[in-house]
Design a protein around this ligand. Structure first.
Ligand SMILES: [Zn+2]
Length: 269
């Protein structure tokens, strides 16, 4: 594997807009795994996802230790864990070849939708009546199935049409954010409301940097190794995930007691 290449030394498919140095090219899967321990322009992208999964596991264990209902906690925790290998794989194996890069990028994006379906179930569990949980989850599963089908057939890289990819991802984010927004709209208070606002803001910032490519779009070469839009996106997704786990923790107490939604109340509201 070649290290420390500049943007003009790698082919188009391996190039990231705004990154001028720190590229790898070629190598085997084993070489790429070894590159996790070296400094290049995707090291932080891979490690942010590994660290996010560790934080998620520690927080989920803490919440379970507090005797919260394990069903929604495990669903939200799994949403991070199930996506991590594919994201790390994409950011690690991409330099091998154009085909490998495209395959892992598609897997990375496809598993965002699998995560979204788990989140739609986990975030709804304490907030909506059982039929609401089922509908919310089914909507997310339908969006995920449609998106994954479109990703499999796509001929171009997702990064070639960032707005379209962000719109797709935004549609499943809406499905899984619905229980949080519903909780706020119903006059919820305290930790869950703070978590809903935090998750919403973090995802908005993440979508902004993903679509615009800031800050490296303004200062090409200045964020090759740390601080790129993709680094910021991963941090934003991690902050949103922590907020989502704490939302489940915060709503565990109110689960079908304080809000006490019955199907009849749902219809009469
Ligand atoms: Zn990524």
């Amino acid at each position: 594997m070649q290290y420390d290449l500049s943007a003009h030394e790698v082919p188009d498919w391996a190039r990231c807009e705004g990154k001028l140095s720190g590229y790898r090219l070629g190598g085997t899967y084993a070489d790429c795994l070894a590159s996790l321990l070296r400094c290049h322009n995707s090291t932080i992208d891979a490690w942010t996802m590994i660290v996010a999964s560790c934080i998620s596991t520690a927080l989920a264990l803490y919440i379970l230790h507090k005797r919260a209902n394990p069903v929604p906690v495990v669903a939200v925790w799994l949403s991070a864990l199930i996506h991590m290998p594919w994201s790390v794989g994409y950011h690690t194996f991409a330099p091998i070849s154009n085909d490998v890069c495209t395959r892992w990028m598609k897997l990375d994006i496809a598993f965002i939708f699998v995560s979204g379906a788990l989140l739609a179930f986990g975030l709804a569990y304490n907030v909506l009546p059982p039929w609401g949980v089922a509908v919310n989850t089914l909507v997310a599963v339908a969006v995920a199935a449609f998106a994954i089908h479109a990703i499999r057939r796509a001929k171009t890289k997702a990064s070639d049409n960032k707005v379209k990819t962000a719109t797709f991802i935004g549609s499943i984010v809406l499905a899984y954010m619905f229980p949080m927004l519903y909780y706020v709209a119903r006059g919820g208070r305290g930790l869950p409301v703070a978590c809903a606002i935090t998750a919403l803001l973090a995802l908005a910032v993440g979508a902004f940097v993903y679509c615009t490519g800031y800050p490296e779009a303004a200062l090409p070469g200045a964020f090759d190794f740390v601080g790129s839009s993709h680094n910021i996106l991963h941090v934003c997704v991690t902050v949103a995930h922590i907020a989502e786990l704490l939302f489940v923790f915060g709503t565990a107490q109110t689960h079908r007691t304080k809000i006490n939604l019955t199907t009849r109340q749902w219809f009469s509201s």
